[in-house]
Structures are given as structure tokens and as C-alpha cells.
Design a protein around this ligand. Structure first.
Ligand code: SF4
Ligand code: SF4
Length: 295
């Protein structure tokens, strides 16, 4: 079987070969290795939604506090789709590194750290409805794990790194991003409000919970009392709902039922605001005219 490849338009540590779960991987990382922690001292860790949930719980913070203290924002594409990375110090060392002991959040470390030296690729072939999950190898000079005499399959390595829960809870989000990318100009650039919703629903899950449990939301969307109770109780259930809600916001996939008169109520609410704004503008113009004649 020939191994598929993809193009890398610059010199990169990422191998251009696309690998699957059966591919043999020669790698071992352990505390006694000469390069221990070298990777965490030049960390470039992009976070997915479930990473935030695990880390904010681990650190005993709300999602908003975690984002403010331990992440930096970046744009994932030309449309400004927001992404986040783990914050480092000025030398590039991850703030979660606990001196010589290694990762201070090891049991809850992010997906990217678990997969290393693999990079996860969600690829969708032309015409396919679902993405396939494949991998590629990252080979960096500082990492001596490739020289260790130990071979396992990629699937065995994933099991050892306990990526299953992370993949399960992030999978739909990867699909969503892939769909947005492959739709390209056909869906157009999302308005700023949609991008703000994307940020909140993807990363600031506690804030998204307040949004979903607000009277405004309940007046607009019809969910059962049991559903609301579950969204209040469980971060994981809320994340599943966040993906569903984002598909509605970004692609118009209407799966969250709106109340029959939601549109009219929204227009009525907005109309009151528009009327108030117009009154203010008229008053401002009248005053400007008065001032002009007074002068
Ligand atoms: S989260 Fe842990 S494993 Fe990942 S870069 Fe930071 S210290 Fe290293
Ligand atoms: S072997 Fe690679 S992954 Fe492990 S500590 Fe060294 S640089 Fe990091």
C-alpha cells in the first residue's frame, strides 16, 4: 500500500506522510531521558474545547479565569475563527511545567501533549460526508524519544496516552472546523457575533452555561426541563450541546427548536432598542441645531 502524503510549503518538523492507527511508531518518552521536559520548554500547544474543561477542573478555576490566566488567543483562519494556545513564559516554557518534576497537570494534559510526537489530522476526502482520523509524525531535533528502542502501533500509543476521552469529546468540534474550512466562501465570513459565540461555546464553557440557562435563551429555544437540568449539571453534555448550537449558528442546521413566537419577540425587543436609539439620535441632532443657532 502506498502511503498518502500532503504538501508542506516550508521546511517543517512535520513529516508529509499521512499515517493510520496500524502504522508502527518507534518512540518512548520517560523521566530518565536526556531531553526530559525539552518539549515543554518550547511549547506551542493549541487547545481544543475538552482540553479547557479538563484543565480548568484540574486547576480549580472557572473557564473564564483559566482562559485569562493560562491561554493566549490566535486566529485559526483568514475569517478570524478564534483559537487558543497555552500561555508560556518569555522563554517559551509552558506555565504548567513544574520544574524538574515535569508536567504539573499530567493526568489532565491537553490532547496535543498526549499525541506528541504525533499530530492528529482530521481529513475529509472530496465527496465524503465524514472525516477520517489520521496522523502524521513530528520529528524535532531536541526530542530523543525517537532513538529509544521501542516500537508500538499508533493505536497502542494512543491507548497508552489515554486520548480516547479527548478524541470523543473533541471529535465533533474538529468536524465543525473542517466543514467551515471546506465550505470556504460558500458560507461566507461569519459575522462578528457568530465568532464571539464560537469562542464562548468552544472555550468559555461556564459562560456558555450562563448564556444557555438565561431567561432570554429559554424564551427563544425550546428544550425540555430535563435537558436544561443536564446542561446545568454536566460540562460534557453542555459541550455536546455547544457543538449542536454552533452548527445552527454557523451553517443554519436547525436542530435546536425555536419557540414559535421567538422571532417576533426578538424583533419586538430589538424594536424597543432601535426606537430608543432613534429618539436619542433625533434629540442629539435637535440639540446640535439649537446650539448652532444660539451661536
Ligand atoms: S501542558 Fe504539560 S505536557 Fe503540555 S506542554 Fe505544558 S507542561 Fe508540557
Ligand atoms: S522524549 Fe521528546 S516528548 Fe519526551 S521529554 Fe524528550 S523532547 Fe519531550
Amino acid at each position: 500500500m502506498s502511503i498518502p502524503t500532503f504538501d508542506i510549503p516550508f521546511k517543517s518538523a512535520v513529516s508529509p506522510e499521512v499515517l493510520d492507527g496500524d502504522t508502527k511508531l518507534n518512540f518512548r518518552c520517560h523521566k530518565g531521558i536526556a531531553c526530559f521536559n525539552a518539549c515543554c520548554k518550547q511549547a506551542d500547544v493549541t487547545l481544543a474545547p475538552y482540553d479547557v474543561i479538563r484543565l480548568k477542573r484540574r486547576l480549580g478555576l472557572s473557564s473564564s479565569e483559566f482562559l485569562a490566566q493560562y491561554t493566549v488567543p490566535f486566529q485559526m483562519d483568514a475569517d478570524g475563527t478564534p483559537g487558543i494556545k497555552l500561555k508560556t513564559d518569555d522563554n517559551g516554557t509552558c506555565l504548567q511545567l513544574d520544574g524538574d518534576s515535569g508536567c504539573g497537570v499530567y493526568a489532565d494534559r491537553p490532547t496535543v501533549c498526549r499525541y506528541y510526537p504525533l499530530a492528529f489530522l482530521a481529513l475529509r476526502e472530496k465527496g465524503a460526508t465524514a472525516a477520517t482520523e489520521q496522523f502524521t509524525l513530528v520529528r524535532e531535533a531536541h526530542c530523543k524519544g525517537h532513538d529509544e528502542p521501542r516500537a508500538s502501533s499508533i493505536d497502542d500509543y494512543r491507548a497508552e496516552q489515554q486520548v480516547q476521552a479527548f478524541d470523543e469529546h473533541n471529535r465533533e468540534w474538529y468536524q465543525l472546523i473542517l466543514k467551515k474550512r471546506s465550505a470556504g466562501p460558500t458560507v461566507g465570513k461569519p459575522p462578528a457575533t457568530s465568532l464571539q459565540l464560537f469562542f464562548m461555546a468552544s472555550y468559555d464553557i461556564d459562560r456558555f452555561r450562563r448564556f444557555v440557562l438565561s431567561d432570554n435563551f429559554r424564551g427563544t429555544y425550546q428544550l425540555t426541563d430535563d435537558s436544561y437540568a443536564e446542561l446545568e449539571r454536566s460540562d460534557e453534555a453542555l459541550l455536546r450541546f455547544a457543538y449542536r448550537f454552533l452548527r445552527q449558528v454557523l451553517f443554519g442546521e436547525h436542530t435546536v427548536q425555536e419557540a414559535a413566537d421567538a422571532w417576533e419577540k426578538r424583533v419586538a425587543r430589538r424594536k424597543a432598542v432601535w426606537d430608543a436609539r432613534r429618539e436619542l439620535e433625533l434629540a442629539r441632532r435637535a440639540k446640535a441645531e439649537d446650539d448652532k443657532y444660539r451661536r
